[in-house]
Design a binder for this molecule. Structure first.
Ligand SMILES: [Zn+2]
Length: 383
């Protein structure tokens, strides 16, 4: 991904412009005394026009409620349930089974990339909850010539009306032959290992909930080709997410028109695993989900269920993010999908260096994040 520096333009995709109408200037245009009669007149005229317009357009639909309004109302887990959810996580499995299988050189089109893709597919297919696993494979032209890419899309219950979609990229950044090996531990082996551990740990609960056919289900996207192969730009980056967003926009989904519109919330995990990550809410539309993560962090801290976590809130920060970040959420955001971007800003110091390895990860942080996310999922999905 690419980040705008502190001193650069504060253009924030998904804020105003894409998601919201611009706010009107807060300037008084007329003397106060004239304001009330004018407002009443405007209101009367507006109502009259609306009534006339409605009578001419009997079939016209009301504006559909925002996606946020149809998102579930979730409550906090009772403490016993919370402890049970957290207790399902297995740090050894996350590290030894999942993370170690991902920590290889795996740029698009490489044998390592194919090996990791197969591992992701096999892991998802092996879960007892019975996931529907699809491969979105395609060839794209790149600065290195045409390359094969493959996104792994796993959906717990494809028949469910709505999807809570969690995503990470599984490719590692390509460096020219002769460079030091780059395994991208934070970028993004840890995020993918976290997703696998979450669905493995919650497998019995997800399985049980699936029997009740809830309206919202879980979906995981393991995206290929997030990294630029030469130089970051609109045509050299986000290969997998650009392709998948376009495909999902064209696939019908019941009851909504397309698959992309079935996404309730798109949670993107990236650059995780270094010590002391700081996260910020990037989009006003999803701030309440960000605040929920902060509440979960606080609650787990108070219950003494987080390690190396001396303060109540260390991760989910108030205020504005220090920079604008381009990442796999962009093609979804541009199509109106609500996005929660969980990326450490500032980026880890090892970012895009050969030092982004297992040795420089901070296991307590990884396990704390797994606990916070497990509780978030259990609450959202009503497990
Ligand atoms: Zn990267």
């Amino acid at each position: 991904m690419r980040s705008g520096g502190r001193g650069r333009s504060r253009l924030r995709v998904g804020d105003r412009g894409l998601m919201e109408p611009p706010s009107l200037p807060k300037r008084r245009l007329l003397p106060r005394l004239h304001l009330l009669p004018l407002m009443l007149l405007a209101l009367a005229l507006g109502s009259a026009f609306y009534i006339i317009w409605k009578s001419w357009n009997p079939g016209a639909e009301e504006l559909s409620p925002s996606r946020e309004l149809r998102a579930p109302l979730v409550g906090s887990l009772p403490e016993a349930k919370l402890r049970r959810v957290v207790g399902q996580l297995d740090p050894q499995r996350l590290w030894g089974t999942f993370l170690h299988s991902l920590l290889i050189v795996r740029p698009p089109g490489s044998p390592g990339n194919l090996q990791v893709r197969k591992f992701l597919e096999a892991t998802m297919q092996g879960l007892s909850a019975g996931w529907h696993v699809e491969l979105d494979s395609f060839t794209a032209s790149t600065p290195l010539g045409p390359l094969d890419f493959g996104n792994v899309v796993a959906t717990l219950d494809p028949g469910a009306a709505r999807h809570l979609t969690l995503a990470c990229h599984y490719d590692s950044k390509f460096f020219p032959p002769g460079s030091a090996p780059f395994v991208g531990a934070t970028d993004s082996a840890v995020p993918c290992a976290l997703l696998l551990e979450l669905v493995q740990a919650l497998d019995p609960m997800l399985s049980k909930t699936k029997q009740q056919a809830p309206s919202v289900t879980l979906q995981l996207l393991f995206l290929d080709g997030e990294e630029a192969l030469k130089e970051w730009g609109p045509r050299d980056s986000l290969y997998g997410s650009r392709h998948l967003a376009q495909i999902m926009e064209s696939i019908p989904h019941s009851p909504g028109p397309t698959r992309i519109q079935a996404i309730d919330l798109f949670v993107l995990l990236d650059l995780l695993g270094a010590p002391s990550p700081l996260f910020y809410s990037h989009f006003p539309h999803t701030v309440r989900w960000f605040q929920r993560l902060r509440s979960i962090e606080k609650r787990l801290h108070r219950l003494n269920l987080l390690q190396s976590h001396p303060q109540e809130v260390m991760y989910f920060q108030p205020g504005e993010p220090p920079s604008y970040v381009e990442d796999d959420h962009i093609p979804f955001l541009q199509r109106g999908v609500p996005v929660l971007h969980l990326i450490a800003t500032p980026f880890p110091t090892v970012w895009h260096t050969p030092a982004d390895t297992e040795a420089n990860l901070h296991p307590p942080t990884v396990h704390n994040l797994s606990r916070i996310l497990a509780v978030f999922l259990a609450e959202y999905l009503g497990l």
